[in-house]
Design a protein around this ligand. Structure first.
Ligand code: AKB
Length: 342
């Protein structure tokens, strides 16, 4: 009999690390197999069953995993983020789209073999949106899942398309088999910018928020790459992990959509800088917008309407902006860089 597992792609990223900790802490967790282009941080080895260093574009590798394991749930986190994708759009398309199709196909094959659908948890993004201009962005406020879906970045196009692919795979194979017992149980969240006290992300466009905080904590000056008034939604990392676990644990019959918005707080870059300075009074934060990255942030909504997630699976963040800074980000980050600032 094959070992039943949870597969996490992109496990070596900041969301992956937190997710591994939380899954391992659940009562009676399934063994975790991680898949990432880079070897997993060794500190996490005791929490997982196996780390596979490899590419989601390597179909032979995926077939081998499919032969060796019964995959119960896939958390698909691997992606090239928005700024990085603009430098290599075709490569981003391969990783973000072909990689996702490969995993959806793997899920369908697994579903057929085990007679039960694989739960496929897909991390999408506010990048799926494209606000036509700043006036409309401000007037629109908190946007719903089905509005303003004209992304301007390759990453955003990839995320939006993969949301549709997930819906297609979920519906198509269900119809073919005329049964709900196979196919893919596709569930997707659109994340806002994430802020972690432990890691600084690379290649994203919402990165200015974690970057200014981590710079201040280390006593380094920071030039923010967007205007002071730039406003998008954010979430503290522990809430992002909670989102993934709650969505995966929600009873299927409660879910009325494939794609859900989730959010915690919207603040301008200037407001975030103010909170950082309140915690680190000597922090030097200036604003030097980059045209390309500003254009991306301006195309993302100011806020998300996440009432569907709240209604269907009880989503609500533990961390509003004050709790995020006062109870999580500042104390954790201070401990992390102890002695570096001031
Ligand atoms: C990025 O900035 O690319 C990501 C995202 C908002 O999806 N953090």
């Amino acid at each position: 009999m094959r070992k039943k597992i949870v597969l996490i792609t992109g496990a070596n990223g900041e969301v992956g690390h937190g997710l591994i900790h939380q899954i391992a802490a659940q009562p009676d967790p399934l063994p975790i197999v991680t898949l990432d282009i880079k070897p997993l941080d060794k500190s996490l080895y005791s929490l997982i069953s196996r780390d596979v260093s490899g590419d989601i574009l390597d179909t032979k590798l995926l077939e081998t995993l499919s032969t060796e394991y019964e995959i119960d749930t896939i958390y698909h986190l691997a992606a090239l983020l928005s700024t990085a994708s603009e430098f290599h759009p075709e490569n981003a398309h391969r990783v973000n789209v072909q990689g996702t199709i490969n995993l959806l196909k793997l899920s369908v094959d697994q579903g057929m073999a085990r007679g039960a659908p694989v739960k496929f948890i897909y991390a999408s993004s506010i990048a799926s949106y494209g606000m036509p201009d700043l006036g409309i962005k401000q007037a629109a406020g908190d946007v719903r899942e089905d509005d303003y879906l004209n992304p301007i970045t390759m990453y955003g196009c990839n995320k939006l398309y993969c949301e549709h692919l997930g819906r297609y795979y979920a519906q198509h194979y269900q119809q073919l088999a005329a049964t709900k017992s196979i196919g893919v149980d596709f569930r997707c969240v659109r994340f806002p910018g994430l802020i972690s006290a432990m890691t600084v992300p690379t290649g994203g466009t919402s990165d200015y928020a974690p970057e200014m905080l981590h710079a201040a904590a280390q006593g380094k000056p920071y030039a923010c790459f967007v205007r002071a008034d730039s406003t998008i939604p954010f979430m503290a990392m522990p809430d992002a992990i909670k989102v993934l676990l709650w969505l995966s644990q929600a009873p299927r019959e409660n879910l009325t959509r494939y794609v859900y918005n989730v959010t915690s707080f919207s603040r301008s870059a200037e407001q975030l800088a103010g909170m950082v300075k309140a915690a680190f009074p000597t922090a030097e934060i200036t604003f030097k917008p980059s045209d390309a990255r500003q254009r991306i942030v301006d195309s993302w909504p100011q806020g998300l309407n996440d009432s569907a997630a709240r209604q269907d699976w009880g989503w609500q963040p533990d961390f509003d902006v004050d709790r995020a800074f006062n109870d999580y980000l500042i104390p954790t980050i201070v401990k992390r860089y102890q002695g570096a600032a001031q």
